[in-house]
Design a protein around this ligand. Structure first.
Ligand code: 4AD
Ligand code: MG
Length: 429
């Protein structure tokens, strides 16, 4: 019967068949070793020339890296072998031969690897990173499901600018302009009066000209929205949420984090409460350190890295100046130059992983903000309706999946944490 490699420990002494791809092959005069990867693990097959029937030795020694084969053999426990057992091979079937494989066990340039992303996915670091991503995605759904949030799928084609006019992908929608969603937020807000606690989780698009290690043009975002929650409640939910997904990764992704050589001590420190610092306090402290940072500007990557270096865990920076943030954030009644919002900065220079805010629930103020930002008013009549028909205090946030998984896995660039990254210069594969 065809077995999965991960189950072989229960099959010691039995003859099994496993199918997969050749990760490595070493041929000596009388013995050959083939490392087979089947997607659930790797197992080494040992082929002894004198014990193989007929012309199987010929076949075995002509195999190439990444050929797809089925190996039949006896499972033998061996503590030194990866996975704790080896296969003494008695049969080989070639399923799909591989041409000379472009990715070799040597240093390749990153552009070369990205050109071969469809093959690079098979490499151990990439498999580990994407498996952590999948675990985190599941942890996210579980977190919200357990807390009675209703998942709302928001549209990808939209007529209203969700965040800012500068980074829109525009397309033709039967003669009218349409945009790829920058966020699902405006739509999940509308689902609050229906379900109270909601979230969306989908791809979002930004025509960001930035060529940095934390920008993609297509990334996945999780956006919860909660009725009757204020900005403080919002930060508490973020704290719970981050602690929960990091704990889940530590609990379930030990082998992957080891492959990635992740230093776990900083992840183990991700415990509540997270420090909180207001934007204004942060600016004072930056200036006290001689940074010459002007109040009113948005924080950039450099400032974020400095601020997070003051703390040993993720840090909330709250109440930014109005001009640095999106139109929908609620004015701070105690200081109308600012809005009730927060960013959450990850440690180790990973920067902003969450942006959140209390929403402007006052019709007139929201309309004034839409006008101030010169957004097309008629595209927002439905969004304004939320303030016409039973307005209510509410808050929410967006967590960038790739940035979060980039930080959890400790990878230098978030492009590795999405199966097929979209970057300014890259639409292929
Ligand atoms: O801070 P942002 O722009 O917030 C929003 O979109 C709100 N509508 C969220 C909400 O309140 N519902 O983006 C949220 C997060 C950022 O903190 C970052 O993690 C990620 O999305 N992000 C990006 N990730 C990768 N590449 C990009 N170009 C990103 N832009 C934002
Ligand atoms: Mg932001």
């Amino acid at each position: 019967m065809n077995q999965q490699v991960k189950d072989l420990s229960r099959r010691a002494g039995e003859t099994v068949t496993v199918s997969g791809w050749i990760a490595a092959l070493r041929v000596h005069a009388r013995v050959a070793f083939v490392v087979l990867r089947d997607g659930t693990g790797v197992v080494q097959g040992v082929l002894v020339k004198s014990q193989l029937p007929g012309d199987l030795w010929e076949l075995a020694t002509s195999l190439t890296q990444e050929s797809c084969i089925a190996l039949t053999g006896v499972v033998r426990p061996d503590e030194r072998a990866p996975g704790g057992h080896e296969l003494t091979v008695t049969g080989i079937e070639l399923i799909g031969a591989s041409d000379e494989y472009p990715i070799q066990p040597k240093e390749h340039g990153v552009e070369f690897l990205l050109d071969h992303r469809h093959l690079w996915l098979r490499s151990s670091m990439q498999r580990a990173g994407l498996r952590v991503r999948a675990e985190v995605e599941q942890a996210i759904h579980d977190f919200f499901y357990e807390r009675d949030f209703v998942r709302i799928d928001t549209p990808i084609l939209t007529g209203a600018i969700g965040e800012s006019a500068g980074t829109l992908f525009e397309t033709d929608y039967f003669g009218d302009p349409a945009f790829l969603a920058q966020t699902g937020q405006l739509y999940v807000e509308c689902a609050c009066p229906a379900f109270r606690k909601v979230y969306c989780f989908g791809p979002t698009f930004r025509a960001e000209k930035s060529k940095t290690r934390r920008h993609l043009t297509e990334f996945w975002m999780i956006e919860p929205e909660v009725a009757f929650a204020d900005s403080n409640d919002n930060m508490e939910l973020q704290e719970d949420f981050i602690c929960s997904i990091v704990a889940r990764a530590l609990d379930r992704c030990g082998p992957e984090l080891e492959v990635l050589k992740r230093d776990l001590t900083t992840l183990e420190r991700v415990q509540p409460p997270f420090p909180r610092i207001s934007y204004s306090e942060a600016v004072d402290r930056l200036n006290a350190e001689g940074r010459d940072f002007e109040w009113g500007r948005d924080l950039g990557a450099v400032e974020e890295t400095t601020i997070s270096s003051w703390f040993d865990r993720p840090v909330f920076v709250y109440n930014y100046p109005k001009g640095a943030k999106a139109f929908y954030m609620k004015e701070n009644p105690d200081d109308p130059r600012t809005v009730l919002c927060n960013d959450l900065l990850a440690p180790e220079g990973y920067g902003e992983i969450v942006g959140g805010s209390q929403r402007e629930d006052d019709f007139d103020r929201l309309l004034a903000r839409i006008r101030e930002e010169e957004l097309p008013e008629d595209a927002y009549d439905w969004y304004l309706d939320l303030r016409r028909y039973g307005t209510f205090p509410h808050s929410g946030f967006g967590l960038g999946l790739e940035r979060t998984v980039g930080w959890i896995t400790g990878r230098p660039h978030i492009r590795e944490l999405v199966p097929f990254p979209r970057l300014i210069n890259r639409l292929k594969p």
